[in-house]
Design a protein around this ligand. Structure first.
Ligand SMILES: [Zn+2]
Length: 206
């Protein structure tokens, strides 16, 4: 069971693993949950990028959710993270200023090799065909091969999202692709992600 105490995510009454990121702004009041994919295949790699204070493009997120449902917190939940970039929600620009970001470990768009196999674009790791979805993105309308999300990861996103919603009372749960501007700039979490299900389960609208 997840809960929130002093803007720290807890699992079964204990803080989840913490890996503080230097990449953040000031205090904010969370109103929006923004779901992402990392475009990488390991949580460790994503966390390294999201905590790198010397990168030319400094980024972060509040939580990194691994494929097995394991979660690491990088920022207090009431601090501005740098996960959305240029964006707008319901006419309000700058979603980082009021949005909690969860980065979900998922390779996103895959390369379809000449021999019919699939590989991640970053790291060129093999992905079994059973974990691949051929689908059209609902915003960019482009067809691509996408890596599927394991059920353990989706269920953890719902459980964490429900705890966050209980603490902060989100106005909405969106994908990065929904709020990035201009539209089509981002494709995460992409067509392999059951965003409607996750949103309705978190907000209790089912
Ligand atoms: Zn994103």
């Amino acid at each position: 069971m997840f809960s929130v105490v002093n803007h720290v995510l807890q699992k079964d009454g204990k803080p989840v693993p913490q890996k503080p990121s230097p990449n953040h702004g000031g205090v904010m009041r969370p109103e929006l949950l923004v779901l992402h994919y990392t475009a990488s295949s390991s949580a460790a790699g994503a966390i390294a990028t999201l905590t790198d204070g010397h990168a030319s493009n400094r980024v972060s997120a509040h939580l990194v959710l691994d494929k097995d449902g394991g979660v690491t917190q990088l920022l207090p939940l009431n601090v501005v993270g740098w996960h959305v970039g240029k964006s707008a929600w319901e006419g309000r620009a700058g979603c980082n200023d009021f949005g909690i970001g969860i980065e979900q470990v998922n390779a996103g768009v895959l390369n379809h090799m000449a021999d019919g196999s699939f590989r991640t674009q970053l790291g060129k790791q093999a992905v079994p065909a059973s974990d691949v979805l051929h689908a059209q993105h609902r915003i960019t309308h482009g067809w691509a091969y996408w890596q599927d999300y394991p059920d353990a990861q989706v269920q953890a996103a719902i459980a964490i999202g429900q705890a966050l919603h209980g603490a902060y009372g989100f106005k909405d749960v969106v994908g990065h692709e929904d709020v990035a501007t201009p539209p089509g700039r981002k494709t995460d979490p992409g067509p392999a992600y059951p965003l409607d299900l996750v949103r309705s389960r978190i907000l209790g609208r089912q």
